[in-house]
Design a protein around this ligand. Sequence first.
Ligand code: SAH
Length: 212
Amino acid sequence: MGRIEEERKDMVVLLREKGITDTSVLDAMAKVERHLFVLEPFLNRAYEDTALPIAKTQTISQPYTVAFMTQELKVGYDSKVLEVGTGSGYQAAILAEMGCRVFTIERHMDLHLQARKLLERLGYRVATRCGDGTVGWSESAPYDGIIVTAAAPEVPDALVQQLADGGRLVIPVGDLDVQSLRIITREGQQFHVREDRGFKFVPLIGKKGWGN
Ligand code: SAH
């Protein structure tokens, strides 16, 4: 086994130690090559459990955060999932590796183009779009899972409306310094809300985000 493969295996061991139990999530994280999604200067840190800078002052999320949020989404083979905040494309790749039908939106054109190219090259069937994800992607709704990977000041109503019955929305909500993860489950016209632990994300910018 090469050094990179060794490091990726160690990352998964660490995720397990930190409390990630969903084997489909752990298996996907063991497969997707995170080093392909980070910038050249950070190659040797690709499997540290830390967020790293990508273009446009954005970040690729910490592996633990990706694993935790994905586990909370409770999606699997053939689930239809919307991601807001494509960034590097890593989270989308994890979901695709799990067999989800992924739709992902990024507001920065160059991040969108770069992620689209990489996901295509890796053979992941992910639909990508450049635009404001706070309004969702209504043409492909409803979704079994919606994951927002940037910090929102409030839960955008459009996203809640695009949830399928039984679907779950996982979104960090709070101020610009610290957010807690909110998990919203739809049951018919009822919405069950749970607040989980604190995280730190880059801001969600947009109509129902922090303004442009
Ligand atoms: N999921 C990404 C994490 C990227 S960080 C990954 O795995 O790498 C969050 C991303 O959300 C940034 O790229 C940022 O540009 C994007 N973003 C912020 N507001 C957005 C909005 N309203 N719509 C779409 N993308 C947005």
